[in-house]
Design a protein around this ligand. Structure first.
Ligand SMILES: [Zn+2]
Length: 272
């Protein structure tokens, strides 16, 4: 991860420099390993609400690699007394976006500690979000594949508006029942709601930022910033576009097919 440190040091301010140095003092140098000798190093892209966390998490279980979500790294750092936690809580309290530098420093610390424990692969979720992040990542890790999960915008909108959180146990649910007819050669999409158990039903709340206007704006910003990142990987022949055909029961087998993993589970249990 020393290469990340060098890149950051070259590109960012001196106040960040000291933070980065504190973060990386114990980090081992980056190791480039033959892809055949290691596990997958994949990236999942997809707009908010598309369910990329769900698919990334399922694949990480299947392939026995960590699912590294930058959102989780931020939450973990906030709840710890790590070197960036006070700076982070200030940013989050002010409703600002967490900078590339902080995300990269959290990610590189996570990758370094994984390497030290013998991890040889990962699935990244929520990173890279910008070209700058993609370039920095390219400098330190060989990404094999970038999976871009896509869903029609009107479905995404309905799904986002259907999100509910249980105010008691904190679990996420979705009350949207989607049944879109196919049109212009596109197949229809059916997605069942993810309903809560009876004891959560009366405690469901909607996030205050899940309104139509906010969700549309979130999607617009996502599309604007993600297009260059998609192009970055497309031009390197690493982008796999995947149109989700529906909910998890419909999409999961098709995704495994697209990733040439459809007989992976059988092969793995046969080898065991
Ligand atoms: Zn509950």
């Amino acid at each position: 991860m020393a290469a990340i440190t060098r890149l950051i040091n070259r590109t960012t301010s001196s106040s960040y420099y000291s933070l980065a140095r504190r973060c990386f003092t114990h980090a081992p140098p980056p190791q480039r390993v033959d892809p055949k000798q290691r596990n997958v190093q994949w990236v999942f892209l997809g707009c908010p609400g598309v369910g990329k966390g769900t698919y990334a998490s399922r694949l990480s279980n299947l392939l026995a690699v960590p699912h590294i979500a930058t959102g989780d790294l931020v939450r973990h750092e906030l709840s710890s007394d790590g070197p960036l936690s006070s700076q982070l809580s200030e940013i989050v309290n002010q409703g600002k976006l967490v900078s590339d530098e902080i995300i990269i420093s959290l990610l590189s610390a996570r990758l370094a500690s994984g390497e030290a424990k013998g991890e040889s692969g990962f699935i990244l979720d929520g990173f890279p979000r910008t070209i700058k992040q993609a370039e920095i990542l390219e400098g330190v890790a060989d990404i094999d594949l970038v999976v871009n999960l896509k869903l029609r915008e009107e479905i995404l909108l309905e799904k986002c508006l259907g999100r509910r959180i249980c105010s008691q146990c904190g679990k996420n649910f979705n009350v949207a029942s989607i049944n879109m007819k196919g049109e212009n050669g596109r197949p229809g999409t059916v997605m069942a709601p993810l309903l809560p158990p009876a004891h959560c039903m009366s405690k469901l709340i909607t996030r205050s930022d899940d309104t139509e206007a906010v969700v549309k704006e979130r999607l617009r910003i996502y599309n604007e910033t993600s297009q260059p990142v998609e192009e970055f990987y497309r031009s390197r022949g690493k982008l796999l576009e995947f149109d989700l055909p529906g909910g998890i029961p419909e999409s999961w087998p098709k995704l495994l097919q697209a990733l040439n993993l459809d007989d992976y589970e059988e092969k793995r249990s046969a080898a065991a």
